[in-house]
Design a protein around this ligand. Structure first.
Ligand code: NDP
Length: 332
């Protein structure tokens, strides 16, 4: 069983050498009488939150496999709800085979007419994040101005497309020319810019939103949030999904413009996708027909082989990924 282990707790920016790929000779099987499930992992998901789990106060154990979301096939099951051959997505290990508990997040995959890898992205945790953050937390209305940061990534590309479906005006920021092109030409954002080329983010936002921002879908935090606060409209909403620019800093950057929350009556609300998984069926009913009709598209960046997992995961923090970063472990 090939595995990707955490070598030691991570400080600062994660490095490939924080992880090690090993061959574990132990053969896994479901113990007699247990209700565990033996999985063959097919696709693994690289997600920014995993950095926090790798840190000193994180939940990953040095010497043990990295844990994350993935798509897998059931090889053996001690649980009545799962049977051999079922396809599932949920929490699994960064290894070829995993023994998981049925109390972990685990959804059965019922629709296989779309790429299976989508269940690490648009049809899995990041998709649900975009849905919950935009519709449930953002309370969007037709015609509103929406700004999305890290807009070409796993979550952002979908937020932008939801905003267009809702009849909003949407602008995204991303870290390269290719990503900006994707936002405008593939995902249908009304406009987009490369935040790395803007000396003055406040001025850039004023240029793209002369009337201000109603909804800021927050993925990055730091300087971007500070500039956004200056450009929010009264009664605007900020669903706080993530703050990737802060995850590797010992000392988080200060945000200086928070008083704008008061005068402009802005609602800034953090959320965690796991609180919204009860909406998963409703989410699929919305998104699957749009995927099938080609009205929602999704870009993935697929690395192949567990050996390439550490580089793929670390790459999220330099913006190496173009679209959802997936790791292919095995085809069915
Ligand atoms: P992405 O697919 O967008 O990958 C991360 C991207 O973040 C990179 O490609 C890079 O894009 C950008 N980035 C990296 N470092 C910085 C930085 N210092 N400043 C600005 N941008 C940076 O990731 P996801 O879509 O999976 O996640 C987006 C956000 O959503 C993250 O903050 C994540 O933690 C959060 N999240 C929250 C969840 C929740 O339940 N609340 C669930 C899932 C995700 P670029 O080239 O554009 O810089």
């Amino acid at each position: 069983n090939k595995q990707v282990l955490l070598r030691d707790c991570v400080t600062g920016f994660p490095k490939e050498s924080d992880m090690v790929v090993v061959e574990n000779p132990l053969k896994l099987e479901v113990p007699e009488g247990s209700n565990e499930i033996l999985l063959k992992n097919l696709y693994l998901s690289c997600d920014p939150y995993m950095r926090n789990r790798m840190g000193k106060n994180g939940t990953f154990t040095p010497g043990s496999p990295i844990i994350g979301y993935g798509v897998a096939k059931v090889l053996e099951s001690g649980h009545p709800d799962y049977k051999k051959g079922d396809l599932v997505w949920g929490i699994t290990g960064w290894e070829e085979y995993s023994l998981v508990s049925s109390t972990q997040i685990l959804f059965k995959i019922e629709h296989t007419d779309v790429p299976l890898s989508y269940y690490t992205g648009i049809l899995g945790m990041p998709g649900m994040t975009a849905y919950a953050g935009f519709y449930e937390v953002g309370s969007p209305k037709k015609g509103e101005n929406v700004f999305v940061s890290a807009a070409s990534g796993a979550v952002g590309q979908l937020v932008g497309q939801f905003a267009k479906l809702m009849g909003c005006h949407v602008v995204g920021s991303a870290g390269s020319k290719d990503k900006v092109d994707l936002l405008k030409n593939k995902f249908g954002f009304d406009d987009a810019f490369n935040y790395k080329e803007e000396q003055d983010l406040n001025a850039a936002l004023k240029r793209y939103f002369p009337d201000g921002i109603d909804i800021y879908f927050e993925n990055v935090g730091g300087k971007t949030l500070d500039a956004v606060l200056l450009n929010m409209r009264p009664h605007g909403r900020i669903p706080v999904c993530g703050m990737i620019s802060q995850y590797n800093l010992d000392q988080p950057e200060g945000v200086t413009n928070l008083t704008h929350l008061i005068y402009k009556r802005i609602t800034m609300r953090g959320f965690t996708v796991t609180d919204f998984y009860h909406l998963y069926t409703k989410f699929l009913d919305l998104v699957l027909p749009h995927i099938r009709a080609g009205k929602i598209v999704y870009v993935e960046d697929i690395a192949e082989g567990l050996e390439n997992g550490p580089a793929a995961l670390v790459g999220l923090f330099s913006g190496r990924n173009v679209g959802k970063q997936v790791l292919l472990v095995a085809r069915e």
